[in-house]
Design a protein around this ligand. Structure first.
Ligand code: SR1
Ligand code: MG
Length: 417
């Protein structure tokens, strides 16, 4: 796939429902997947993310999902944006699908003129955030997401492939600059400064925001995380792995929406997912639901670590000797180097998890999770607890060296609930 020119294509037209039907009818393989004739298809809009138009089409034989970029942010038409984000989502799916065919969707078609991506429909699946807001918490989904991060990141890293293939892919995704800019600004910069995009409903949150911004340790750590995000191209990241980017029916789970894909530190994906689990935990009214979240956090990390190390362990031989790392060193050196690698991923995970909690509470794009708490003062108490936990993660007055340390800090902040 060659990178598109970032300029808008002249024939580009945003589709309406009838336009979707007509467009799908021009694609024989897609029309066959839906079955019958176009007039028998049901087409409806399901856009609920911030950026794109999303439609579902269902026929007697099957369903597809069509996603089209808009020349602006969907929820803010004054925020102009090039169209190339569906290109990067298609490129991401093509790169990772062979390694995680059971955990994401296949790119069935990409139209480079209309910036349209088509993937199979996921009937019977619910967005994980929506399921959790309805009180359904799934440790098995956390295990699947851990497996997804392990397999997709290992397969696109130097541990799996010759550096030439990695660098070619890095060149492609290095062009995903519009969405990388959003991450750099919205996740890793704005919340730590006074910026018109930041907002929070309750003035009782303001003293915590002031404390975050006045903390030299938080300022330094947020700068380090931004530097790390931009200068540690360990693997191809999903780049926006929150619980709204995951669909599940409780058994089958699919990671969607990889338009923010870029090379970066593996702990970025792991940290965003963990941060969203923790936001959901703080928004969960009852202790039993909160306990299930602790399970999910633990299960996610354990599954990631086990999956990643197993893939590394399997790689004992390669024609290209340069792709082997510690495969032929003595066992204790091998264990030491591998555990150092995982510890570094864990440190990144803790940092990006905290950054995600902070930006989803006081930045531009909040999470819906807290809306299940109808009492505004309870909502504020919970958001303050989440922010204080994130602040402690960034300051690390007591170092968080392991998952046990991290969970101990989390229990401490849960006692304020
Ligand atoms: C303007 S885009 C805001 C947020 O929505 C996306 O889902 C990403 O999370 C981004 O940060
Ligand atoms: Mg998205």
């Amino acid at each position: 796939m060659t990178t598109p020119n970032a300029q808008q294509a002249s024939s580009y037209t945003p589709l309406d429902l009838e336009g979707v039907r007509t467009f799908l009818a021009t694609l024989p393989a897609i029309a066959a997947r839906l079955g019958s004739t176009p007039d028998a298809w049901r087409v409806w809009e399901v856009s609920d993310g911030n950026l794109n138009m999303v439609f579902l089409a269902e026929g007697p034989q099957g369903s597809v999902c069509l996603k089209q970029s808009l020349p602006h942010v969907r929820v803010d038409p004054s925020w102009k944006m090039p169209l190339d984000r569906t290109f990067f989502e298609a490129a991401y799916l093509r790169a990772v699908f062979p390694h995680v065919p059971d955990l994401t969707t296949e790119c069935l078609h990409f139209d480079a003129e209309q910036f349209i991506l088509i993937v199979p429909g996921l009937s019977g699946h619910t967005v994980m955030r929506t399921a959790m807001m309805a009180g359904h918490f799934y440790p098995s989904v956390a295990a699947q997401v851990g497996d997804f991060v392990a397999r997709s990141s290992f397969a696109t890293s130097l541990l799996a492939e010759p550096f030439e293939r990695i660098m070619d892919r890095q060149i492609c995704f290095a062009r995903n600059q519009t969405l990388t800019r959003i991450t750099v600004d919205l996740v890793l910069t704005d919340p730590y400064h006074d910026h018109p995009r930041n907002h929070w409903a309750d003035p009782q949150i303001t003293p915590i925001v002031d404390a975050l911004r006045a903390s030299p340790a938080v300022q330094a750590r947020s700068d380090s995380l931004r530097l790390r995000f931009l200068s540690a191209p360990q693997a191809l990241l999903h780049g926006d792995l929150h619980t709204g980017s995951i669909m599940t029916d409780g058994t089958d789970t699919r990671i969607i929406d990889g338009e923010f894909a870029t090379y970066g530190p593996i702990g970025f994906d792991a940290g965003l997912f963990t941060g969203n689990l923790i936001l959901s935990l703080f928004a969960t009214p009852d202790r039993s639901g909160q306990a299930l979240h602790l399970d999910m956090i633990q299960t996610f990390w354990t599954s990631f670590k086990k999956g990643f190390l197993a893939l590394w362990q399997e790689k004992e031989w390669a024609e290209d000797r340069s792709t082997l790392y510690y495969a032929t060193t003595d066992k204790s050196t091998q264990n030491f180097e591998k555990s150092l690698f995982i510890q570094n991923v864990f440190q990144d995970t803790v940092g990006f998890c905290a950054a995600e909690i902070i930006r989803r509470t006081i930045g531009y794009a909040h999470v819906a999770d807290f809306s299940v708490l109808t009492d505004p003062s309870l909502r504020t108490t919970r958001q303050k607890a989440a922010l204080l936990f994130a602040k402690d993660c960034l300051e690390q007055k007591k170092p968080l060296k392991s998952l046990a340390d991290f969970l101990e800090l989390l229990y401490l902040h849960m006692s304020a609930l």
